[in-house]
Design a protein around this ligand. Sequence first.
Ligand code: ATP
Ligand code: MG
Length: 642
Amino acid sequence: MSYPYQIRTFEDYQKAYQKSVENPEEFWAEIAAHFTWHKKWDRVLEWDFKGPGAPIVKWFINGKLNITENCLDRHLPFRGQQPAIIWEPNDPEEHYRVLTYQQLYDKVCQFAQVLKNNGVKKGDRVCIYMGMIPELPIAMLACARIGAIHSVVFGGFSAQSIADRINDAQCSVVITCDGAFRGNKDVPLKSIVDDALVQCPTVKRVIVYTRTRTPVSMIKGRDVWWEDELKIVETQGNPKCPAEVMDAEDPLYILYTSGSTGKPKGVLHTTAGYMIYTNYTFVNVFNYQPGEIYFCTADIGWVTGHSYILYGPLSAGATTLMFEGIPTWPDAGRFWDIVGKHRVNILYTAPTAIRSLMAHGLDFVKNKKLDTLRVLGSVGEPINEEAWQWFYEHIGKKRCPIVDTWWQTETGGIMISPIATVTPMRPSYATLPLPGVQPAVMDEKGQEIPTTEATGNLCIKFPWPGMFRTTWGDHERCRKTYFDPYPGYYFTGDGCIREKDGYYRITGRVDDVLNVSGHRIGTAEIENAINMHSDVVESAVVGFPHPIKGQGIYAFVICTHLDDPELTRKDILETVSRVIGPIAKPDKIQFVKNLPKTRSGKIMRRILRKIAEGEMENFGDTTSLLDPSVVEEIKQGRLAMS
Ligand code: ATP
Ligand code: MG
């Protein structure tokens, strides 16, 4: 498979972009023509961001297809024997697994039959709570095969978080494992599911795959083993499970946002537009070439895993590598060992991982075989300049372009990003919008800023195929959250700076932009400056009410070592002063051991804001925190300061 729509030069990009704005329907229809359809669409697009019932977004109206035929069946004649998924286990001593497209196809059909045997029908919601093993994508694709809507819950969430998500989506089936290996831990997934299900009356069936051989309690009439169910399918003669013919706008999945700014939202993605958008962005942003090994380190429990471990790569016939474990086990060289072992060409990871590996030092990078790497990518939060440089120099050896990809669960795919080998890079800039993406920067009065040079809130003013359609069960919340703030626009919640040449720099969440004595400063910018100090590992900056400045700057800082806190404090102030200016100097610096992070590695700033304000309670929904004890530690530190 070659990709006729792959962008190869900057001129190609400019042409594609221009066409996507001038004639979006023709632009996307030409790309859609390269996929497998049961019936072609009647019209390409219908949309309304503003009227009653908004948002209304429909792509490829009345088109009929199944996404798994595009991810599997259509590749069989040409690349049935090519690896679709390479799976690297948690324990490097355990043998890795390779599933060819043919094998993956067979397994998906088999498990789709298992779902049917267990009463799952088109439109039913299926919760998937598993570790990073090949059976997780198999379960997802099996759902899509028969038209069931999957709702994957990251295998690190607590029973309460699972219950909330199951109840919100009214799932009838849960697919899980006995347990999951993560570093030196065994996470007892089934037992956590059991705790959750006490509160979930809609769940009629639990299908359990054996991974860790952790003892589990199987409830008669409700719980069945994956392996036993497969045997039943074998006795049925392994019928080929035909793909359910889906409408272009039929739901594909629900996925809850990571919850760093509030209660997680059940983001709904549909079939055709999502497929085409993830495919298009995968092929272009990473400049994927047939046969290359592509490794995305995200967990499939996050949108990055959905779009760029699974649907984007498989729809493009790529080889996608998935990793069960964590970056620091058995040691902080694990990612680089995997790159060497599997001859990885493209590596897509997150700033939080890069920073944590940076802090372990270069010994773990030394002597690793990184010569196959060709393209590097980053996602999840702004990548600070220090981390960017480290990644560029020590991992990419100054040969590999880095694509800093800005996007969200809601956008379904990458929105603003360099195109590898095409777009000139600039550290800490997501650079330019991809074809089909029409950003708008809004001023304080809610108006779109007409000049290219602009600072404000980032909106998108035209639909793109991969965008979400609603928040599950609550269209009103969707409208209020994303479309009411700026009528006629999708509001991202992020702030940005657009330079004279059109380059975008994402400055973080809008509520993370501070107004210090009338100057608007993004917290990310201040963090960037703090992180440049050689002893600093990571920092988080929030505002607090200040009698004179309006807002003061409060910095939580993690250092590698802290011999003389007073001196380090002064050094940090000096650094910030030099990098941004005295205006950005933090009023308070609190040294901490850890920051409160979500399970996807993002800092929950709303908690830090409360603590900075001196408020020690009412932190809101904190169920997505990785380690709640961190909050207690920081509270104590705060109390000791004042
Ligand atoms: P919630 O919406 O529940 O608060 P969340 O926004 O953290 O959760 P995601 O959809 O996983 O959930 O994250 C999207 C956000 O991540 C973006 O809005 C942006 O703030 C940040 N982000 C992602 N990639 C980048 C990037 N390359 N540069 C800057 N920010 C990024
Ligand atoms: Mg968000």
